[in-house]
Design a protein around this ligand. Sequence first.
Ligand SMILES: C[S@@+](CC[C@H](N)C(=O)[O-])C[C@H]1O[C@@H](n2cnc3c(N)ncnc32)[C@H](O)[C@@H]1O
Length: 199
Amino acid sequence: MAKRPKTAVFDKQARKYAVKREAALMVDWRSRLLKAAEGRVLELAVGAGVNFPYYPSGVKVTAVDFSTAMLEHAKQAAASSNLEVQFICGDIESLALPEQSFDTVVSTLSLCAYDQPLAVLRRMRRWCRPGGRILLLEHGKSTNPPLALLQKAADPLLYRMLGCHHTRDIGALAREAGLQVERTERCWLGMGSLIWARP
Ligand SMILES: C[S@@+](CC[C@H](N)C(=O)[O-])C[C@H]1O[C@@H](n2cnc3c(N)ncnc32)[C@H](O)[C@@H]1O
């Protein structure tokens, strides 16, 4: 899918993501992961700002997304929180940011959407300072074989409808990108991965 139609796919879903934020879904996973965030935080593919309530106080967030509709909702979420957020509208797959300039890099439910997820994980490593944290909450191929088969069959349709793939092996991608994975947990019938890593 070309980038412009893809931004349109996410623009259309922005309202739904804002509603999900209000419904505070996945509170447990998001809060457990994000309490490890500190200092200068880079949040990639911020969507409607659903993670904002779960950051510890004192962090400074730089939030990126290429959907202007998502960013509008995220700006409203930031305004009603005590969080300091700077927004960048851009394509994460081609964005230029200073190397080693963030203490924490966060990505939730986003590695499914990139054309080159491995390259984005390598970018995360470069943008994070040595010894910093990379925090991931992602979905992909289930550890349950029958469910993984179903995901494979449904993937072309889901990608057209939602702009995201359901067959990626997130743990394997993180390791291939050279991340030092310190802890992993699985959720959602083995489809979800929570990963605490260092660059
Ligand atoms: C499934 S939503 C997840 C939003 C949020 N992170 C969450 O946890 O709910 C995926 C987000 O990734 C953004 N996105 C996808 N590909 C992108 C890219 N190449 N550059 C910037 N943003 C992108 C979409 O606009 C969308 O907001």
